[in-house]
Design a binder for this molecule. Structure first.
Ligand code: 2P0
Length: 313
């Protein structure tokens, strides 16, 4: 009997970029995110003679998944598994496929192998596979911070139902993995230490903004966190410059919409896509404006969604 789980990607408003030099994939910075709806990873697991992986229908081997299975097997009785996972959005192009993928995989294995993990445990294990995956265990607004680095839900998707307009500017896969990029930044960016220190302050301030549903304050904090992270990326050696001309043009368009009084802010991850977070009434106008930016291939408007869950077993 196959067990199937679904999880959505999340987008960090206060970014995670950097790891502590200790085992367990412990982030150097706390982060605060929103889990999306519509975009999803669907992952099925079943027992097999040996571990196999089908990603979007293609047989693959994946070192991150293999070492994650090793980790689970150090602590639980997990048999060889046939894993099938698919994303309804571009894989590894700055849309957080590892977050939804590992949240769905953890949830599917937990149910299939009767591991009886608590939500905290699922978040803890998912984080060890991929830091951002810890957050996709929960829906809505989610925090991931000290001391235990287990995600904590702050508001669910109905409590502050913002929208996100995603503008796709390039669907090619990134060439530097996040783990490699983070280590490069820690070792080479002159701004890295300041990034880690100030992100702790931003994270605490963002908690307050979310609890108060203070859009303007969250917008300030989120744009600044994004720009600081990209400053660290671009000052790493070799530099990681993720932006395309269309990415910058989208920022300028969003600045214009803000001047016109629309409630919107941008964020950008380790890729060239722009995510415009906004109040629901402004989403159609923002999607129209971003669609008209030269170099934007498409836009998708999504809402905030639920946490990882089993959908068939
Ligand atoms: C984030 N990113 O907070 C940040 C912003 C990318 C930019 O979390 O090495 O794939 O697997 O723990 O979770 C991407 O990093 O990194 C990420 P690993 P992950 O969303």
């Amino acid at each position: 009997m196959t067990t199937t789980a679904s999880a959505h990607p999340n987008i960090a408003l206060i970014k995670y970029w950097g790891k502590q030099p200790v085992p367990g994939n412990i982030p150097a910075t706390p982060s605060l995110s929103i889990t999306l709806d519509t975009l999803e990873s669907v992952t099925s697991v079943d027992e097999a003679a040996e571990d196999t992986l089908l990603l979007n229908g293609e047989a693959r081997s994946d070192a991150k998944i293999a070492s994650y299975l090793d980790l689970l097997r150090q602590n639980f009785d997990v048999p060889p598994l046939k894993i099938e996972t698919s994303n309804n959005f571009p894989t590894a192009a700055g849309l957080a496929s590892s977050a939804s993928g590992f949240a769905a995989l953890t949830t599917a294995i937990d149910q299939h192998c009767d591991l009886q993990m608590s939500l905290d445990q699922r978040s803890d294990y998912a984080r060890q596979a991929s830091g951002s995956a810890a957050r996709s265990i929960y829906g809505g607004f989610v925090a991931l911070g000290e001391p235990d680095w287990i995600a904590e839900p702050l508001l669910n998707s109905e409590e502050w139902p913002l929208k996100v307009v995603i503008a796709i500017t390039d669907t090619r896969q990134k060439t530097v993995s996040s783990s490699e990029g983070m280590s490069r930044s820690a070792n080479t960016s002159a701004f890295y230490d300041n990034w880690v220190t100030t992100t702790r302050e931003d994270y605490l301030a963002a908690h307050v903004a979310v609890r108060n549903r203070d859009f303007d304050q969250l917008a300030l904090l989120a744009e600044n966190s994004c720009l600081k992270m990209h400053a660290v990326m671009t000052t790493s050696i070799p530099a990681m410059i993720y932006w395309r001309p269309a990415t910058v043009a989208c920022i300028e368009t969003i600045r214009g919409l803000q001047t016109d009084g629309l409630k919107v802010f941008f964020t950008i991850d380790a890729g060239p896509q722009i995510k415009a977070v906004c109040t629901p009434e402004h989403a159609p106008q923002i999607a129209e404006a971003l669609s008209a930016v030269p170099g934007v291939m498409s836009t998708t408007t999504v809402g905030l969604g639920a946490g990882a869950r089993v959908i068939a077993s």
